[in-house]
Write a protein that binds this ligand. Structure first.
Ligand code: SF4
Length: 256
């Protein structure tokens, strides 16, 4: 199994972050942003009064669009992020930029240290490369268990998922019941394209992870993410050594 990164010279097209925004795209993105704000206002009214609505901010491009819309419209939605302990430095830089730009107090959840210690002592620091089972066990300790704590007592959570992100997310609705976590999952950007996400980011000068400029369309933990080549699926750089059918970390089980 090859775990080395694709050299940037192997790619030739510009990342979506640098595509020009046409007037037609600008109009369409403004329209879609209004739809999302209305959607968010509705769910704040439905779930927000008692603090039972949260936004899981993964700090990806889509989540930065949602962060901007929430902050710009002063929507009373709690925002949290998961720090797995294996994130790229650039993601921590973005976390700091978000707090500075928006004055948002990100509630950061960390893995249970005993679970991580047991995993590493039993299997090794990079055991996730060895099998799907060991990869999922690492994701469970570092992502799924902290997410379960973050969602405890909540009635609905907001995500930045898009239907076009991968084969495991096709047909994604804006609202569904999340059986795995026992609450409603809201994906207001479900019908957005990657170009629309980046048009919004450019038009509103939203901070984003600089790794996107280095051909990382989807960013997770540092050892499990690499750049993609031209024509590859946007999630091809995540757990690239596995078959696409396994490429979810357990945070979105109903999708994969
Ligand atoms: S993405 Fe990789 S390092 Fe991060 S939790 Fe999953 S297996 Fe572990």
């Amino acid at each position: 199994m090859n775990t080395t990164a694709i050299p940037l010279e192997a790619t030739s097209s510009r990342p979506a972050a640098h595509q020009p925004v046409t007037p037609a795209m600008q109009t369409e993105v403004a329209r879609k942003a209004d739809v999302v704000v209305e959607f968010l206002r509705g769910v704040v009214e439905e779930f927000g009064a008692d603090g039972s609505l949260v936004f899981a901010n993964s700090l990806g491009a889509e989540d930065m669009v949602l962060t901007d819309l929430i902050a710009r419209n002063a929507l009373p939605i709690e925002v949290f992020s998961l720090d797995t302990g294996r994130l790229p430095t650039e993601t921590y830089d973005l976390m700091a930029a978000v707090q500075q730009r928006y004055g948002l107090k990100l509630k950061v959840y960390y893995p249970n240290h005993e679970s991580v210690e047991i995993y590493v002592r039993s299997h090794g620091i990079n055991a996730f490369y060895e099998s799907v089972e060991l990869r999922k066990a690492c994701c469970h300790a570092r992502k799924v268990e902290p997410l379960t704590r973050a969602l405890a007592g909540k009635k609905a959570w907001i995500t930045g998922l898009r239907a076009q992100q991968s084969s495991t997310r096709s047909g994604l609705p804006t609202r569904e019941y999340d059986d795995a976590n026992g609450l409603i999952k809201l994906s207001p950007l479900a019908d957005w394209s990657e170009k629309e996400v980046w048009a919004y980011i450019r038009l509103h000068e939203v901070p984003y992870n600089v790794l996107h400029d280095r051909f990382y369309p989807s960013i997770g933990c540092a050892p499990c993410t690499r750049p993609v080549a031209v024509g590859e699926d946007v999630r091809a750089g995540r757990w690239w050594w596995e078959d696409p059918q396994y490429k979810e970390c357990g945070l979105h089980k109903s999708r994969g």
